[in-house]
Design a protein around this ligand. Structure first.
Ligand code: PLP
Ligand code: COI
Length: 350
């Protein structure tokens, strides 16, 4: 076990011993990319020789993922829903005309990244996990505008702590009406680096003021899209007094694996689960709200500020009971404290 202060880790990069790499070489035939992936291998070198004209550098041919391995209460190691990350990376690859890493290659690369960095897997009870950042880049040297024929999948592990300091406490979001994250039919639904670079103007502005950024739909600026690098969820009481879990439907947001998991859990608890356009003003009717994602899990929102309209929505000063319960149910599965009824975790034998 590495000498790391696990309990004080935040969402920052800590270099581990090894990364995993696998290259694809192919050619375009009749509009199709045909080629082969080499076997993944481990290396200590965290730098890669890359041509200055590589398509990832010139034209942003890059996609990434984020997933976690957990040391459970029973001492066993679980990787959460890696297959969904593999599928999403394949969709991102298709969206940017890149080679899509096959599911089995993705799995093998993640397992190699874990097995070769076991000393960096945080112990149970510390709140820290081993995060994997799978990265897919275009490596062909090109000046003509178009996709390359060579790609590389790289798995970068890092032990991480909570995304937001203080683990389960409220965060305030601010609306930015001057910067859009993604166009309605653009790449917002894919996990590609360009979306994040495009959002930095808004997110950094929000951080300067001590907040995080809430993105509205870029066409009308009326509906909630996403919470910086996470999906939005709200809790309402419906007309019959039941609990409603509500989350935006939008072509420009990333389909979150965490959000999907929470929706399944919410349905099982008897809540109504609704996925539809959500007007910003509907925040007034919500008793709880949160950002959700692999990094931030469930991060409750206390207030949303909309300076453009001179409005502030106060949601709940403390994390509310419904989202706290959902957060606990999700973490119970991830840490092996509850039965994995949906087969979301792959247990890794040591
Ligand atoms: N939305 C964006 C823009 C993200 O970057 C992420 C993080 O991956 C999410 C939502 C949450 O997705 P997931 O729960 O699959 O991590
Ligand atoms: C995640 O939640 O895993 C993410 O990748 C979001 C962000 C930190 C980029």
């Amino acid at each position: 076990m590495k000498d790391i202060n696990w309990t004080t880790l935040g969402f920052h990069y800590t270099e581990t011993d090894y990364i995993v790499r696998s290259a694809f070489h192919g050619e375009w035939r009749d509009g199709r990319l045909v080629g082969t992936w080499e076997k993944p291998y481990v290396t200590r070198d965290k730098t890669i020789p890359l041509h200055v004209s590589a398509t990832c550098l010139q034209y942003g041919q890059e996609a990434f993922e984020g997933l976690k391995a957990f040391r459970g209460a029973d001492g066993r190691i679980r990787i959460f829903r890696w297959e969904e990350n593999a599928k999403r990376m394949q969709r991102s690859a298709e969206a940017l005309k890149m080679a899509a890493p096959p599911t089995e290659l993705f799995r093998e690369a993640i397992r190699m990244a874990l097995k070769n960095n076991m000393e960096y897997l945080p112990p149970y009870g510390t709140g820290a996990t081993l995060y994997f950042r799978p990265l897919l880049i275009g490596t062909t040297a090109r000046l003509g505008v178009g996709p390359g024929r060579d790609y590389e999948l790289i798995i970068i592990p890092s032990p991480i702590g909570p995304y937001y300091e203080g683990k389960f406490h409220c965060t305030t979001f601010i609306v930015n009406r001057r910067v859009d994250r993604a166009a309605p039919l653009g790449t917002g639904a894919y996990k590609v680096g360009g979306n994040y670079a495009a959002s930095f103007r808004a997110t950094e502005e929000a951080h300067m003021e001590g907040y995080d950024c809430l993105f509205l739909d870029s066409k009308t600026h009326r509906y909630i899209d996403e919470c910086s690098a996470a999906n939005f969820i709200g809790i309402k009481t419906d007309a019959e007094g039941g609990t409603e879990y509500i989350t935006p439907r939008s072509s420009a947001i990333l389909p979150s694996i965490t959000n999907h998991s929470l929706m399944v859990l919410a349905r099982d608890k008897g809540y109504k689960v609704t996925c539809r356009k959500i007007r910003l003003e509907e925040l007034d009717e919500m008793s709880e709200a949160a950002a959700c994602g692999t990094a931030c899990v469930v991060s409750p929102i206390d207030r949303v500020i909309d300076p453009g309209k001179g409005r502030m929505y106060v949601i709940s000063r403390e994390p509310g009971p419904v989202l706290t319960d959902l957060y606990n149910s999700l973490q119970d599965i991830q840490y092996g404290r509850a039965e994995d009824r949906y087969s979301w975790c792959e247990v890794i034998e040591e």
